[in-house]
Design a protein around this ligand. Structure first.
Ligand code: KG4
Ligand code: ZN
Length: 344
């Protein structure tokens, strides 16, 4: 079969409404992302009802912009790839219904895509040379922290994951208690540049003898520190006062997260004799995480380009391309899978 495809990708699993047109699995012709961050910033996290309403309001515009920018109509699209899960049910439904409507109207194949798999395949959008299997993959996003062993394309062995907060969620929650805006990851990374990471010794949960993670104890430790520095403050409700050492707190917190993510990823890569390490998902945009892994790893570390770390539809289309060529075709009555794990 010819490897030439033109895939329309659609993504609405969380708080970005996104659509993209991808050619031949690699060439991004258009990539539209409408962020809802402004809507959610006052809540310090994603407010599900507002998210689905905002998706409904913007999805038509976003999809048509992706087609217009690519200078194509649906008649030149081969398949529609849409995020089926995991994610917020009310948000996923908006994208899936849009995709079903377009697929039905234009007589196109529909492919339901796993969002975590798509984060991993964002890496194949960047590099010309193919990573060499087996790969050890770390997915770090707002909803997930997963260590995955990939022995081949579309083959996943889940080694472990977070038992409580996801890495990105920890960034978002700690940002909120430091009075920083949502999304917390970029805000913490920015202010941490002015801080000293050795100021506070926050705990590292190593979860020995497992490939699991836990970040809730770290979050509580930061909260306790903030309270002891500013006893009058009800953290998370009021914004901290000016004399709180926010930059040092942010830097020390970020260092604790990076330390554990890097330590466990390197140990798993060694244990499973991986040839390369992949890091993907929103938190993979963190330069401290990227540089620490790259400095400490003996094997190549691949990360997506910064613009493709957070949610986008080009990565959905990238998996769509691969699965379309593999023969996947989904029925038009498939439902969303809000808790869909990444398995083969
Ligand atoms: O992958 P993503 O866009 O959405 C989910 O699938 O969840 O990830 C969003 C998460 C948020 O928690 C955000 O705070 C975090 O990624 N994030 C970062 C950075 N950029 C985004 N965390 C740390 N450092 C960053 N630079
Ligand atoms: Zn994501």
């Amino acid at each position: 079969m010819s490897e030439e495809t033109r895939i329309l990708g659609i993504e609405t699993s969380c708080d970005e409404t996104a659509a993209a047109v991808l050619e031949n699995g690699r060439h991004i012709v258009s990539n539209i992302v409408a962020s809802q961050a402004e809507i959610h910033t006052e809540f310090g996290g994603v407010f599900p009802e507002l998210a689905s309403r905002a998706h409904i309001e913007t999805i038509h515009q976003v999809v048509s912009s992706a087609l217009v920018e690519a200078h194509v109509g649906l008649e030149s699209i081969d398949a529609i790839a849409v995020t089926r899960g995991p994610g917020l049910a009310g948000s996923l439904v908006v994208g899936l219904n849009m995709a079903k409507g377009l697929a039905m109207g234009a007589g196109l194949p529909l492919l339901g895509i796993n969002h975590l798999e798509a984060h991993l395949y964002s890496i194949w959008l960047a590099d010309e040379d193919e990573p060499s299997f087996p790969l050890l993959a770390l997915i770090v996003s707002g909803g997930h922290t997963e260590l995955i062993l990939m022995r081949d394309h579309l083959q996943y062995e889940r080694l472990g994951g977070t038992l409580d907060d996801a890495a990105g969620e920890a960034f978002d929650k700690v940002a909120r208690l430091l009075g920083l805006d949502y999304p917390g990851g970029p805000a913490i990374e920015e202010i941490a540049k002015d801080g000293d990471m050795d100021t506070f010794k926050f705990p590292r949960a190593w979860m020995e003898d497992t490939w699991d993670f836990s970040f809730s104890g770290l979050k509580t430790a930061v909260l306790r520190e903030v309270r002891s520095l500013q006893p009058s403050l009800e953290a998370g409700v009021e914004a901290p006062e000016g004399d709180l050492p926010i930059a040092d707190l942010a830097a020390s917190f970020q260092d604790a997260v990076v330390d554990v993510l890097v330590g466990k990823t390197l140990a798993a890569a060694k244990e499973f004799e991986a040839n390369e390490i992949l890091v993907a998902g929103g938190v993979s945009a963190n330069l401290s995480l990227r540089s620490s892994l790259q400095a400490k790893s003996k094997i190549p570390v691949r990360v997506p380009p910064l613009a493709l770390c957070t949610d986008n539809a080009a990565m959905i289309a990238a998996v769509g391309h691969r699965r379309f060529l593999n023969g996947q075709r989904d029925a038009l009555d498939i439902d969303v899978l809000p808790n869909w794990p990444l398995t083969s």
